[in-house]
Design a protein around this ligand. Structure first.
Ligand SMILES: *[C@@H]1O[C@H](CO)[C@@H](O)[C@H](O)[C@H]1NC(C)=O
Ligand SMILES: *[C@@H]1O[C@H](CO)[C@@H](O)[C@H](O)[C@H]1NC(C)=O
Length: 227
């Protein structure tokens, strides 16, 4: 099976943490974490990655008609969600962090860390350098969090994040890794494996907020993670 099959897998956990979806105009920003289902171009910035949607006919139905790094012919769920709440699609984090003029970079309307092939359980990954895994995505978010605090102050960042949408689409590549590894299948039942995925996801997301300095923590987000 070609590696590309991994990034096409449609079975993923979709978790959208949002606090004010009903008041669409109140959503100031969207932060996207996950895999190829919501990747909007991050993998194009990974030098070693083969998991890139940068050739025809990806993007053929996209407004630009060109490959955009999305693993689809047109818009993906990240685009549709952004459209729904009246925001521009959150740009790929790596496109911003590689910008030579750092002062120009703004995370105020959100950013996407999603990466084709990404997994939540990094230790099951034979393709270590090809994707930005969830742990790394959360680390990138910590950097963004600090940057926001510098730009709009601690309470400004808290206010912004407490009203923002966090969209997380990840898990399909972990399930594929399980189905392909007889070692994993011998060690754990499918139920145990999925349970460990859920625990891991919770721990990784919660980790950031517990580590954050108190004045920078968004209480609503923190409460959501405790559930
Ligand atoms: C930086 O920002 C200025 C003013 O907003 C803009 O004119 C310029 O094109 C930007 N440069 C880059 C590299 O995005
Ligand atoms: C898993 O178990 C099967 C059947 O018992 C065995 O043939 C196979 O070698 C095992 N795989 C690994 C990686 O241990």
């Amino acid at each position: 099976m070609a590696y590309n099959d991994i990034v096409f897998l449609a079975v993923s956990f979709l978790l959208i943490i949002c606090f004010n979806l009903s008041a669409a105009q109140m959503v100031p920003a969207m932060f996207v974490f996950g895999d190829s289902i919501v990747d909007v171009g991050n993998n194009n910035y990974l030098q070693l990655s083969f998991a890139k949607a940068n050739l025809p006919y990806y993007g053929i139905d996209f407004p630009t008609k060109k490959p955009s790094g999305r693993f689809t012919n047109g818009m993906n769920p990240a685009d549709f969600l952004a459209e729904k709440v009246g925001l521009p699609t959150s740009p790929p984090y790596l496109s911003l962090s590689s910008d030579s003029d750092k002062n120009n970079v703004s995370f105020l309307t959100g950013v996407s860390f999603a990466s084709g092939g990404a997994r939540m359980l990094d230790d099951t990954d034979p393709f270590l350098f090809q994707s930005i895994h969830l742990t790394q995505q959360v680390d990138f978010f910590s950097t963004v969090h600090e940057e926001l605090q510098k730009q709009v102050g601690a309470s400004g960042a808290e206010k912004l994040l407490s009203k923002s949408i966090f969209a997380i689409v990840v898990g399909g590549n972990d399930i594929l890794a399980y189905s392909r590894s007889s070692n994993l299948r011998n060690k754990t039942t499918p139920q145990q494996y999925v349970a460990s995925m859920v625990l891991t996801l919770k721990a990784k997301l919660k980790g950031h907020w517990d580590a954050a300095p108190q004045e920078g923590v968004t209480p609503k987000m923190k409460n959501a993670m405790k559930k």
